[in-house]
Design a protein around this ligand. Structure first.
Ligand SMILES: Cc1ncc(COP(=O)(O)O)c(C=O)c1O
Length: 444
């Protein structure tokens, strides 16, 4: 038996997995995703990393603009922190659930954000769920309000606040009490909150999947004022905007007129290497919701939410996120935005550039030329979906840049560079997008 196990271990080496695992993914995991990867530009096969970028089988470098790897793939400091933890003999998981690594992460998050209560989970959706439940437990109110075009993840709670479309519709009926109001509509917000029965309003400071749409200032002001007035929790989903991404601070909401009652971070909190997410709130709110008895303290919990590996990765990521890094994101992001605006202006398929810091979106115009549609590529079920950003992404992947359209609004190409990307690489991206979009314009 032991011999058999050893043999199996020997077969599952990283090298072997990278050789055949892509086909095994198609066979045993999700064939549709493999098909979609073809649309993005596969058969490029990514098998390595180098100085934050990805490397394909032929040794070509691919720069990843998806955003989950904000510190670059396998940042050496984050990898070293995880390695050091694994080389120690410290437990990662504590049966009492008093996890010292979670304690230290909670302390550092408090020092950096001012929120003095930390709830840890493994995914963005898990942390959103924690915020939704916190708001219900606190207020005992039935309603939960989100904005059209939102993306908060794929649990039932999150999907109930999801923007319309294929990510939401198949899963009804949705959570009772959950509803969506039009993006940025102050009057709709005022009407929704007026009865005083809304537990929480959940927003993204800049909607990522909804098309890199920043909440308008007047809406933010009304949101802060109205949630305060009606005793409704203000929940900021900063899964995309948090950890410095917008260049405005660790949290994009840090200078809002009212500090959100709960904030969520995930994805790059663990350096993109280890799954870890957080819902930050105040001790006061947490105790009001869960402090009634010893039994209630963990009424909402997630078994692997607190684990040492995730916490040490997050501690290392926070250490990398210095004021200088955030400043660079702000200034380089502003420069990049200007470069795109200058280079793409006048191209018939270019609409506008959106976003802040290293969370940018290039909004494109659709063409009705038959070659520039999904029907032309015989991809059923995508009728009416914007195709230009996907076609552009395909071309860019071949040139060493992984970019992808937003999950809801396929007419917008979302660009989230890693924080330490050299400026020359960004300049190359601007050139590549200009050249490839120009070619598409000639067809259109
Ligand atoms: C704004 C936002 N919230 C929540 C989530 C869900 O995170 P996860 O996929 O880790 O559950 C995402 C994921 O992309 C997101 O972009």
């Amino acid at each position: 038996m032991a011999e058999e196990l050893l043999r199996r271990e020997a077969a599952d080496t990283v090298e072997d997995i990278l050789r055949t695992g892509f086909d095994e993914h198609r066979a045993y995991v999700n064939p549709i995703v493999s098909q979609r990867a073809g649309l993005a530009g596969e058969p490029v096969k990514l098998v390595g990393t180098n100085a934050g970028a990805l490397v394909d089988r032929q040794g070509g470098e691919i720069e990843d603009f998806h955003g989950t790897q904000a510190f670059g793939h396998r940042h050496p400091a984050i990898a070293a922190a995880v390695r050091a933890f694994l080389e120690s003999d410290a437990p990662s998981w504590f049966p009492t659930r008093v996890n010292p690594f979670a304690g230290r992460l909670g302390r550092r998050l408090f020092e950096r954000t001012g929120y003095d209560n930390t709830y840890l989970a493994c995914t963005g959706s898990g942390a959103v769920e924690a915020a939704l439940k916190l708001s219900r437990a606190l207020t005992r109110r039935p309603r939960l309000v989100g904005l059209s075009g939102a993306y908060h993840g794929c649990t039932f709670g999150s999907v109930s606040l999801m923007g319309e479309g294929f990510l939401r519709e198949p899963f009804g009926p949705h959570l009772p009490g959950a509803e969506t109001i039009p993006f940025g509509d102050v009057d709709a917000l005022a009407r929704a909150l007026a009865p005083g029965d809304v537990a929480a309003v959940v927003v993204e400071p800049i909607q990522g999947e909804g098309g890199v749409r920043a909440l308008p200032e007047p809406f933010i002001e009304a949101l802060c004022e109205l949630t305060e007035r009606h005793g409704t929790l203000l929940v900021a989903d900063e899964v995309q905007t948090g950890m410095g991404r917008t260049g405005r601070g660790i949290l994009a909401t840090h200078d809002w007129p009212r500090r959100p009652d709960a904030v969520i971070m995930a994805k790059h909190l663990g350096g993109g290497l280890v799954p870890v997410s957080v819902m930050l709130t105040s001790r006061e709110l947490f105790m009001k919701a869960y402090g009634s008895s010893i039994a209630a303290g963990e009424a909402h919990n997630e078994t692997m939410g607190m684990n040492g590996v995730g916490c040490v990765a997050a501690l290392a990521a926070l250490e990398l996120l210095t004021d200088e890094t955030i400043e660079r994101i702000a200034t380089t992001g502003a420069w990049l935005r200007g470069e795109f605006a200058g280079a793409l202006e006048g191209l018939s398929l270019f609409r506008e550039i959106r976003g802040a810091g290293f969370l940018l979106g290039i909004a494109l115009t659709e063409s009705d030329h038959p070659w520039l549609t999904f029907e032309h590529f015989e991809l059923p079920g995508l009728e009416g979906k914007a195709a230009i950003a996907s076609l552009l992404a395909h071309r860019l992947y071949r040139r060493g840049f992984f970019c992808y359209p937003c999950g809801h609004d396929w007419s917008v190409m979302r660009l989230q560079p890693r924080y330490d990307i050299p400026e020359e690489r960004l300049a190359e991206l601007v050139r590549a997008i200009h050249e490839e979009l120009e070619k598409l314009c000639r067809i259109a």
